[in-house]
Design a protein around this ligand. Structure first.
Ligand code: ATP
Ligand code: MG
Ligand code: MG
Length: 566
């Protein structure tokens, strides 16, 4: 496998480090607590926390909580949980709002430096100042830019004291409107907003903007490498400008490309609609691409990190097919999880001459490829369940599983079996039982199939299995006719309510997460989703959070092989 630190040793992140090599690397992951994190954020977490870890530095988790309108308590909790789930420990958890007093002081300082002014212009006027509709008319400053610092200071204090309504006044930085970069055209620094803040209560009636807050907070925390996504490229100039006016320590901002999954619906509004209208089971529905959903589905955190590492970090945005992500997950699971026998749609097979083996204990390895995973005992029984799809009523030459007169191997079993007859429910047309005998002659059947022992003492368990396919039919559901809700794939979730799993499941559950999985022993402890296994010949599965001691619910994480059709 690829060196897990490859992305820090070469390319973009290595260059960024070399621009400012430091013994004390400080980075930060600065989410706005206004929604659940998604797969793209996993890249930001891997980049920021990973960069610090790789260079022996420290990474803050900083909640960028400057907009009380959009922020909610549950998001703070969920975000921190996801960072830890991915295996990172924040050096400190901080909040932009911790600095509201200091930011306010610096805003006054900026005013007194004649580098900020209180403006009363509306949106239409601002547009004209910035070059009109097409940006082709000359840019200019409004008369408020000529106010004296003392006047601006008074007005700013009035803003603070609630003497203006929202939009009646805002503080603007006095940058350089002759610069070709729009981020230098006197950006907003503070806005009037009479909304209580979850940490500062109703202390503030004005709140700082991202452009004013971010660079200063980076400086306060001594961030050496402020890594953000490329849409902030032009903001780098204003970022540096502001820090130069006001603070000693100058952090360095550099921009990397965003990660998106093709066709993935991530906007909060759309996700909320899917949840509210019950198209999905919740914000953590395994078909969604929020990180809580990816976790519930059973994707190991290590596989996500491996995926980010494999893609590498550059300055281009990448839109990746979900199938490519699945490919990495599959490879990761292949080497890290045990194997068990699971039958989705069971049909009983009575092996008429198996009396002497009824109840015999067999030894099954947890992984034929990795003996270190050990083995476990399973009981063989005279009646076993096989999957409906492994039996055919009529044999044919190019078919190699069970059919009348045809022999198939049963994994680990004493002998292959040959079907002799079957019974059918006339009403449903479904096969209800197959009769078979041991085929003691055939040493090497063409195919071996999985089976699960039947009967009380066998230790097998019933379970509900949920298979997932893409939630939407189109690659770009947003562009689908009638909108994305019209594009829901009716087969996005297929449920097998009567599946059966072999007795080894109990041990797999007890031992999860399997220490053989790279680094996995430290990660995601305790979560049901860390009970993962390969259902031989079926797919990779994880225990769903809906499970109880009595009821097993399994999610398909990924199929064993890439699906050709969707
Ligand atoms: P979204 O609008 O998707 O929620 P955002 O840009 O608002 O994303 P924040 O919640 O503020 O994101 O994100 C915290 C950090 O995560 C930011 O530094 C942001 O650049 C980064 N980030 C967000 N989305 C992605 C992505 N798709 N790929 C890589 N990094 C991302
Ligand atoms: Mg966001
Ligand atoms: Mg944001």
């Amino acid at each position: 496998p690829l060196d897990p630190d490859a992305m820090f040793k070469q390319g973009f992140l290595n260059d960024v480090y070399n621009e400012r090599p430091s013994k004390d690397v400080f980075t930060r992951f600065p989410p706005e607590p206004n929604g659940f994190l998604h797969i793209g954020h996993a890249k930001a977490i891997a980049v920021n926390f990973g960069f610090a870890r790789h260079h022996g530095g420290k990474c803050y988790l900083r909640f960028d909580d400057t907009n009380p309108e959009a922020e909610e308590e549950i998001y703070f909790i969920a975000i921190e949980e996801m960072v830890r789930w991915l295996g990172f420990e924040p050096y400190k958890i901080t909040y932009s709002s911790d600095n509201f007093d200091l930011l306010y002081e610096l805003a006054e300082k900026l005013i007194m430096l004649d580098k900020a002014y209180v403006c009363h212009c509306g949106d239409d006027e601002l547009k004209l100042q910035r070059g009109g509709e097409k940006g082709t008319t000359p840019r200019y400053r409004c008369k408020h830019a000529e106010q004296m610092p003392e006047e601006n200071l008074q007005k700013f204090r009035d803003m603070r004291d609630g003497k203006y309504k929202p939009r009646e006044a805002f503080l603007r930085m006095k940058q350089d409107i002759t610069d070709g970069n729009p981020q230098m055209w006197d950006l907003a620094a503070y806005r009037v907003l009479d909304k209580p803040h979850h940490r500062t209560g109703d202390k503030w009636k004005i709140y700082p903007t991202y452009d004013f807050t971010h660079s200063l907070c980076d400086s306060f925390e001594g961030i050496t490498h402020s890594l953000c996504t490329t849409e902030f490229f032009l903001s780098r100039t204003s970022y540096e400008w502001l820090n130069k006016q006001l603070v000693e320590f100058q952090p360095m901002q550099r921009e990397y490309g965003r990660l998106s999954i093709q066709g993935s619906v991530l906007s909060k509004r759309k996700l909320k609609e899917l949840v509210d209208k019950k198209y999905v089971r919740g914000w953590d529905d395994p078909r969604l691409h929020t990180l809580i959903a990816v976790r519930r589905r059973g994707v190991p955190p290590g596989a996500i990190l491996e995926f980010v590492n494999e893609l590498g970090v550059t300055t281009t945005n990448s839109i990746i097919q979900f199938s490519r992500f699945e490919q990495t997950i599959r490879r990761y699971l292949e080497r890290t999880v045990p194997r068990l026998m699971l039958v989705l749609d069971p049909v009983p097979v009575v092996i008429e001459d198996a009396d002497e083996f009824d109840g015999t204990e067999l030894t099954a390895p947890f992984s034929p490829k990795n003996p270190a995973m050990g083995d476990h005992k399973i009981k063989f029984t005279r009646t076993v369940y096989i999957d409906r799809s492994d039996f055919r009523e009529v044999d044919s030459k190019d078919y190699f599983r069970l059919a009348p007169g045809k022999t198939v191997g049963l994994l680990q079993a004493p002998f292959p079996i040959k079907a002799t007859s079957f019974t059918k429910d006339e009403a449903t047309g479904k096969v209800t039982e197959v009769r078979a005998v041991f085929d003691r002659e055939t040493k090497k059947p063409k195919t071996f199939i999985q089976w699960v022992a039947a009967g009380e003492g066998a230790g097998s368990r019933k379970c509900e299995v949920r298979l997932y396919n893409t939630l939407f039919k189109a690659d770009n559901p947003a562009a689908a006719e009638g909108g994305y809700l019209n594009d829901i794939n009716p087969e996005s979730e297929i449920i097998y309510p009567d599946a059966v799993i072999e007795s080894g499941f109990d041990e797999v559950r007890r031992r999860a997460p399997w220490p053989e999985a790279a680094g996995e022993d430290k990660l995601g402890k305790g979560g049901k989703e860390s009970v993962r296994f390969q259902g031989m010949r079926v797919a990779y599965f994880a225990l769903d959070s809906d499970s109880t001691d009595d009821k097993i619910v399994l999610n398909r994480i990924v199929s064993l092989k890439e699906d050709k059709e969707k």
